[in-house]
Design a protein around this ligand. Structure first.
Ligand code: SF4
Ligand code: ZN
Length: 312
């Protein structure tokens, strides 16, 4: 790796020690060996948590744990940080949407990781929630896969976290996801979502959501797991091909490669807009769903509207 690897810019040593580098990072330009990469990622997540006050003593954190790379890194980092926190506990929650040829492998991976880390693991399914799996719900409406999946997953996670006594829900959203969301919300003209707060977000559910990896790039997470032999090689969801996010993701990755810092700049712009906008003037006032009583902006919450359109 360190023998003049072009990706390493010819560097043969880590910027901080004599070990061979495994990754090159910019701003500032530096090459990190495996040990320094692990330190850097864990310290950055800890700083995000500290600066945004995402975790407090006595919190019980429900980690949305799909078994994929982002949530595996999140669970690993939180389990290590846990040792220095006062009376904080973790529970991992995996949502089984019911996607043939995909979800079974990730659930198996999730079970292995939680067992290895000794973390309580709960699995909930769309079938428990609405009586059918995602594949069945999507027959004839496959192009809407991600919005149906997202609405039900959010609900399944909230219910499971509530039942587990959680005070926070942690998700593995990384810097790339955040930048993609900024661009997607802009492309959709969705200002209320664009300016939704980046910190502990409790705007549309009772349990605040936190994103400790929001300042860590996808490639850094992949490398962090890879050097610890924990990278989960898993199949891709078959519905990804319908997702707008997929196109936005490849566009942004290309831009980032050509113009390093693009993703961080997008997020910076979002934060600047966030500060300028008075949310109360662009968001509908919070009401209660007339069907289930959950907080929502219209007559029905997203889950009840979806159930109605699915005839559930
Ligand atoms: Fe759900 Fe879409 Fe993600 Fe597949 S790609 S798991 S359908 S959100
Ligand atoms: Zn409802």
């Amino acid at each position: 790796m360190g023998q003049g690897n072009p990706e390493m810019g010819g560097a043969e040593r880590c910027t901080f020690c004599a070990e061979p580098p495994v990754i090159r990072l910019s701003e500032p330009d530096r090459h990190l060996c495996a040990a320094h990469l692990i330190c850097e990622i864990e310290e950055r997540a800890a700083r995000t948590i500290r600066e945004r006050e995402l975790v407090r003593p006595h919190d019980r954190i429900a980690v949305a744990f799909s078994g994929g790379k982002d949530s595996t890194a999140l669970l690993l980092i939180l389990s290590r940080l846990l040792l220095s926190w006062d009376d904080v506990s973790l529970v991992a929650i995996t949502v089984d949407e019911g996607i043939a040829g995909y979800r079974d492998d990730t659930i198996r991976a999730a079970e292995e990781v939680t067992k290895k880390l000794g973390i309580e693991h709960i699995c909930v399914s769309f079938t428990d929630l609405v009586g059918d799996d995602l594949d069945t719900l999507l027959v004839g409406r496959e192009t809407n896969a991600c919005s149906v999946c997202g609405i039900l997953r959010r609900k399944a996670l909230t219910v499971a976290a509530h039942d587990a006594g959680a005070t926070k829900i942690a998700t593995g959203h990384n810097l790339d996801d955040e930048a993609q969301s900024v661009l997607m919300n802009t492309l959709r003209g969705d200002l209320p979502r664009l300016v939704r707060t980046s910190d502990a977000d409790s705007s549309d559910c009772f349990i605040p959501r936190i994103k400790p990896l929001a300042d860590v790039a996808e490639k850094e997470i992949a490398a962090y797991l890879f050097v610890q032999d924990l990278f989960p090689f898993l199949p891709e969801c078959p519905y990804t091909r319908y997702a707008l996010r997929r196109e936005v993701r490849s566009m942004l990755s290309a831009l980032e490669q050509q113009h390093p810092g693009t993703m961080r700049n997008l997020i910076k712009s979002k934060r600047a807009i966030e500060k300028q906008v008075d949310r109360s003037t662009i968001s509908e006032p919070l009401r209660r769903c007339r069907q289930c009583g959950d907080p929502c902006s219209g007559e029905l919450c997203q889950v009840c509207s979806l159930r109605k359109s699915l005839g559930k």
